[in-house]
Design a protein around this ligand. Structure first.
Ligand code: FEO
Length: 405
């Protein structure tokens, strides 16, 4: 079904339901949408494209046909961002449509050439440029580098006040036939809030300073935003400020302005470390601080990242494995380093069997993460009563520290 944002402005999206991983890394068990937008004046512009993924081009084609259009009728293809989830089908589009101009920032046009070998019908857009589609329909382009790649821009429709923001304000999760924020139930809003945090922490978090700069620039540049139309997830026409605020909150997490919550990340081979985790959690619960818990490797790092990114406190609980860090935790810590999960207050605990050794490798990893570490607690085999009492006390202390931040 086609979704009308305003007269002549439409959301045409493809829902992707797949076991494939997004970016080859992140699971999308509950789907992901690839949103494109059609804007009509005398000329017709398509904003962003799709990759050939679970017949996304076919889904788009079906929606265009509801307006009596086909890909061949597009006059301008505007590419806000060149990551292949939005451009993978470009070569085929270029073959089907023999006249449309492709518009992108200069860096974007370079990627059109290098990714797809397309060298004709290209137009470079400068920051602040506009495109007159006729019938009073003017699109304005604003560079927003690094949300998500350096070439990224957003497009603004002056007549309707719609901001086509590409990855900014995006979320994982398939849309189905409900595209707009005002169509979603409270339960569906909760679903997309979770999937927005996961998307942000997985894809955008490393670029949080650019998110803050980009939002400020957009607010200074466009007079009014009536609708936020991202390239993934719901379109915010009733309350566009809700998703803008959510993104600003998430960007602030990267500066340490996190939630007073604790994320417990744990792995256990034979239950000895788990017994310690249970004791720490008893301490956290006694102080009444909210927490989430993720067992690795059972839970994908995508979800662990989301829980850790928003939380002021972390518990890292793992056994020593062959004189070193439990391998699934080593992977989590490496992802944390790459995604700049910094500024946390952290308690590390864990058991060892015939010898320790995780400490040395773990502390080497810490050098790259600006964490505040509490005194760690390790024990041989199963934790005895005294150790369990100490672990519970450490859980309480971590909770109190988080509360006092
Ligand atoms: Fe949705 Fe960075 O691509």
């Amino acid at each position: 079904m086609l979704h009308t944002i305003s007269d002549g402005v439409y959301c045409v999206h493809a829902d992707i339901q797949t076991k494939d991983l997004f970016e080859g890394i992140w699971p999308v068990a509950r789907g992901v949408s690839l949103n494109c937008y059609l804007v009509r004046g005398e000329k017709t512009a398509l904003i962003d494209l799709v990759r050939d993924w679970t017949d996304a081009p076919g889904q788009l084609e079906a929606k265009l046909s509801e307006l009596g259009l086909s890909f061949a009728d597009i006059d301008y293809l505007i590419l806000n961002h060149l990551e292949p989830d939005h451009t993978g089908w470009l070569r085929e589009f270029f073959r089907v449509n023999t006249r449309a101009e492709i518009l992108a920032t200069p860096k974007g046009i370079k990627l059109v050439r290098s990714f797809y070998g397309i060298t004709e019908r290209l137009k470079e857009l400068r920051d602040g440029d506009s495109l007159d589609l006729g019938k009073g329909r003017i699109l304005r382009f604003i560079e927003t580098p690094n949300i998500h790649w350096p070439e990224t821009m957003v497009t603004y429709d002056e007549a309707s006040g719609t901001l086509f923001s590409c990855d900014a304000f995006g979320a994982f999760g398939a849309l189905g036939d409900k595209v707009f924020d005002d169509q979603l139930s409270a339960e569906e809003h909760a679903f997309f809030e979770e999937e927005t945090l996961r998307y942000y922490s997985n894809i955008i978090a490393s670029f949080s300073s650019f998110v803050e700069k980009g939002i400020q620039k957009i607010r200074e540049t466009v007079p009014v935003i009536n609708c936020v139309a991202p390239s993934h997830g719901p379109v915010w026409r009733k309350d566009p400020n809700a998703i803008i605020k959510r993104y600003l909150d998430y960007a602030a997490y990267a500066r340490g302005k996190t939630e007073k919550e604790i994320c417990v990340i744990w792995g256990s081979m034979y239950g000895n470390t788990k017994a310690g985790v249970d004791a720490v959690i008893r301490g956290i619960e006694a102080e009444g601080v909210p927490y989430t818990a993720y067992r690795v490797p059972d839970e994908d790092v995508s979800y662990v990242l989301a829980g850790a990114y928003k939380s002021a406190g972390l518990v890292i609980a793992m056994p020593t494995y062959e004189y070193a860090v439990f391998p699934p935790m080593a992977y989590v810590l490496d992802i944390f380093r790459r995604k700049h999960i910094s500024g946390k207050t952290v308690l590390r605990i864990g058991s060892w069997g015939w010898a320790g050794g995780a400490k040395k490798e773990y502390e080497g990893t810490l050098e790259k993460l600006s964490w505040t570490s509490m005194e760690a607690l390790e024990w041989p085999g199963f934790p005895d009563g005294e150790t369990l009492a100490l672990l519970e006390a450490r859980g309480r202390e971590l909770a109190r520290r988080v509360q006092s931040l």
